[in-house]
Design a protein around this ligand. Structure first.
Ligand SMILES: [Zn+2]
Length: 190
């Protein structure tokens, strides 16, 4: 058994910390089906005397995405009906370590989009709104005109794409690509 009452362990978001029978879920944690998990990167502080577990953030920047935050991220995967984004900016704050957010095809555009590949592609830079942050699972929305892809490169030749009506065009090879383009897309020629 532990010789001290407090034990510090480094944990990642989603790390299981214990069960509700052992601890009260404190700051930086969430509970799901009786188990307690970390929602941030930090040190788990398990106080066995007061039966409480909490996470002390590693960074001096303990900002978490919350509902209605505007975030900026890079598309890290595109599959089927959803894409994931590595969020590195929340409102005006740049994060030291990114969070993952999920964008489903049903929440990406004011019009019907059949597939997520018409919305964004891998490595695109996107601006999105957090619609839900329950259990540390961040769901995103890009319906508003100022949300969506803000910078993208050509799938064909890797040059920056320029804004055209209904999509993006590569000045170099002429490739035309569909995206859910934000009003804030970098419109100047690069
Ligand atoms: Zn091109």
């Amino acid at each position: 058994m532990h010789s001290t009452n407090k034990k510090k362990v480094l944990v990642l978001p989603g790390s299981k910390l214990g069960v509700v029978e052992e601890f009260i879920p404190g700051k930086g944690t969430y509970e799901r089906e009786g188990s307690i998990y970390s929602r941030i990167i930090g040190h788990a502080n398990k106080d066995v005397v007061n039966k409480k577990v909490e996470i002390r953030p590693l960074t001096d920047n303990p900002i978490l995405p919350s509902k209605d935050s505007i975030v900026t991220g890079i598309v890290s995967s595109v599959q089927g009906k959803a894409a994931t984004l590595d969020i590195y900016q929340i409102n005006a704050h740049t994060l030291k370590r990114p969070f993952t957010g999920m964008l489903h095809v049903s929440r990406c555009s004011p019009k019907y989009e059949r597939g997520i590949t018409d919305v964004c592609k891998l490595a695109d830079l996107m601006k999105a709104k957090v619609v839900d942050d329950k259990d540390g699972f961040i769901k995103l929305n890009t319906v508003d005109a100022n949300l969506g892809v803000i910078r993208a490169v050509c799938s064909n030749c890797g040059s920056f794409l320029v804004y055209k009506r209904n999509g993006l065009k590569c000045k170099k090879c002429g490739n035309f690509e569909k995206r859910k383009v934000s009003d804030d897309y970098f419109k100047k020629e690069l």
